[in-house]
Ligand binder design. Sequence first.
Ligand SMILES: Cc1ncc(COP(=O)(O)O)c(C=O)c1O
Length: 451
Amino acid sequence: MKNQSAVFYRDINSAPSLIVRGAGVYLEDATGRRYLDGNASAGVVGIGHGRTEITQAIAEAGEKITFVYGGTFTHPWQEDLAKAILGIAPHNMEAVYFVSGGSEANESALKLARQYFVECGKSQKYKVIARWQSFHGVTLATLSLSGRTSWRSLYSPYLLQVKHIFPPYEYRCPLCVGKGGCSLACADDLERAILLEGPETVAAFFAEPIGGTSATGIVPHPDYYARVREICDRCDVLFVADEVLCGYGRCGRPFAIQHWNVEPDIMTLGKGIGSGYAPLGAMVVSEKVLEPFRKGSGRFVHGFTYSGMPMSCFVGLKVFEIMEREGLFERAAVVGRTLFEKLQSLAQRHRVIGEIRGKGLLVGIEFVTNQETREPFMKESGFAARVAAAMRQRGVIVGIGIPLANFGKDGDHIQISPPFIISERDIDTIVNTLDESLAEVTASIRKEDQI
Ligand SMILES: Cc1ncc(COP(=O)(O)O)c(C=O)c1O
């Protein structure tokens, strides 16, 4: 056997750094190098790394129950966590279905929406609509929902026929050019799609209330979701809010959709709900959706072996307790404002910053070669990847966004989404590191004559 790792890494030709410790917002590798986790490890670790309070409690909990199968039994941790989540969810929500992550949550929601209409006696309703530049997961059904072209193309022969509409991406919106701002034409695009498909065939509309990994920090117009809700109600289509990344305190409220005061029919959760201490996701279901099941078959034809896994639910409860005790469902609103203001001041000096957007601690920064014309960097320049690499060199990790301009071919953005516990000093570290890294990368790009 060759003297190399036996792990199938995402990048087969280069092993990632070997992390041996994590505490708070920091990770440490085997050589003793520390990294500030500026994207909370893909938006997961809301409460921060290394909370021994949780890991020690897991050992005690394991003396009581390790596993029960959800098709046969329930257990107190699942019961208590479901109640806790409903306590912070929109008022119309009535029950929680636990799974192991975000893709499973969205896959479950897709199937629930379909069965809902069958229970309602409308079995011709099965089609689904989502948005371009969205991300809902990597399973074939959830990749079909996702409007991330670069991840879809390889698997397109297997994908479901999901219709995609315009995202509410005002910075590069072809629908509101020359209209002095958002005209809600992107929301009306939902109605157009439903009418073209035939409302009697459409079951659900999926959307991330605030853009996540595909188009980080895209915050729709204040009236966008009221319009979406009204269209869905009128056309008898379920509205599924994917809160996997933007929910659970990340945007400064328990759920991002609460910024719009709109009640979805189903919400999907992942990432922060387990905060990286256990694989956990959930589908939160409204009374309206449950009702026909109660009166009908009484059974959702679905279920993963690990749905409601005791250890994951136990961890979910501990995470919830910490989030409540430390005010972390709201803290991102305050800290995010500080981060935002500091980033805004960078935009004065760095002409490559096109837009800084987001809410709470979900911030996207889009780069351009010209602030006035919003000309993107060409794909070949790899600008965002170079900025992220320069920041990493200085010990700060940020996420790299996908191209958003020229039909998903060019353009760059990065994602800053640290743990909710981040201190003001660490926010300064992120901003100062970005400042230095932008100066370095811009200078080298200038030498290459790209700006
Ligand atoms: C909005 C959103 N939905 C779904 C998913 C998929 O979640 P998971 O990777 O846990 O399956 C992600 C992951 O990044 C996400 O950001």
